[in-house]
Design a protein around this ligand. Structure first.
Ligand code: HEM
Length: 209
């Protein structure tokens, strides 16, 4: 059980953070907006906490948009129909292996405007992540990801703290390479390299013993 949770939960969550930071480095205006939101809602006297998430819709939008563009499990997990059924007009015999291409749904231009563009704002007015089943990076139903709540909190806290405490820059003029490598969890082809330094306004908090 512990082994399953570790193997299903580590690469997926770490990969999502790496894609999110890569997207922010290529979209510095989004990084600035996230920092401003955190500065206004939390300030500099303490680190971001789980209870703050409800007041950080832009940070949540960044995480949703990252999971939309770079889902850590793009084809979900293979499912098998336990009974004969009809889905969307298609007859599915019992015992059929079903694969869901979630990446294709989440990047379909008929469902999303400019799906190739990183726009965390697109989630600001959405009523719930499951709106229309267009965004399902954790799958859904009985065999959906049991770690969803933990993953959103972990990624939110880690990414939020990195954004709150540090200035981030690309290592050169070139954009961060967003190519995908081989692997089940959609890893980056080239690990992210970035420059960071503590934000001057956070030095007092970061220097505390
Ligand atoms: C960003 C992070 C994560 C993503 C994107 C993700 C995504 C997914 C997806 C798409 C599935 C298959 C759902 C389906 O086929 O309907 C899944 C299954 C699963 N996930 Fe996650 N996951 C993440 C983090 C975690 C974490 C942190 C844990 C546990 C600590 C975890 C544990 C599991 C387990 C045990 C399953 C298999 C469930 C089953 O077969 O019934 N995942 N995950």
């Amino acid at each position: 059980m512990i082994q399953v949770m570790l193997s299903a939960g580590t690469e997926t969550s770490a990969g999502t953070m790496e894609w999110a930071l890569s997207l922010l480095l290529n979209n510095p205006e989004a990084l600035a907006k996230a920092q401003t939101e955190i500065d206004i809602e939390i300030g500099q006297s303490r680190l971001i906490e789980e209870a703050d998430f409800a007041r950080l819709p832009y940070l949540h939008g960044i995480i949703n948009e990252t999971l939309r563009m770079y889902p850590a499990d793009p084809m979900l997990v293979p499912h098998e129909s336990s009974e004969e059924c009809t889905v969307g007009g298609y007859h599915v015999p019992r015992g059929t292996m079903l694969l869901v291409n979630m990446w294709a749904i989440q990047n379909n231009p008929r469902l999303w405007s400019q799906p190739e563009r990183f726009k965390p704002e697109r989630f600001l007015n959405v009523q719930g992540e499951r709106d229309g089943f267009m965004l399902l990076p954790f799958g859904t139903g009985r065999r959906g990801c049991p770690g969803e709540g933990l993953a959103i909190r972990m990624v939110g806290l880690a990414l939020g703290s990195l954004v709150q405490c540090f200035e981030w820059e690309r290592i050169g003029e070139e954009m961060v390479d967003m190519s995908e490598g081989a692997g089940l969890t959609m890893p980056k082809a080239h690990p992210l390299l970035a420059k960071c330094r503590p934000r001057p306004k956070m030095l007092a908090l970061l220097s505390q013993p």
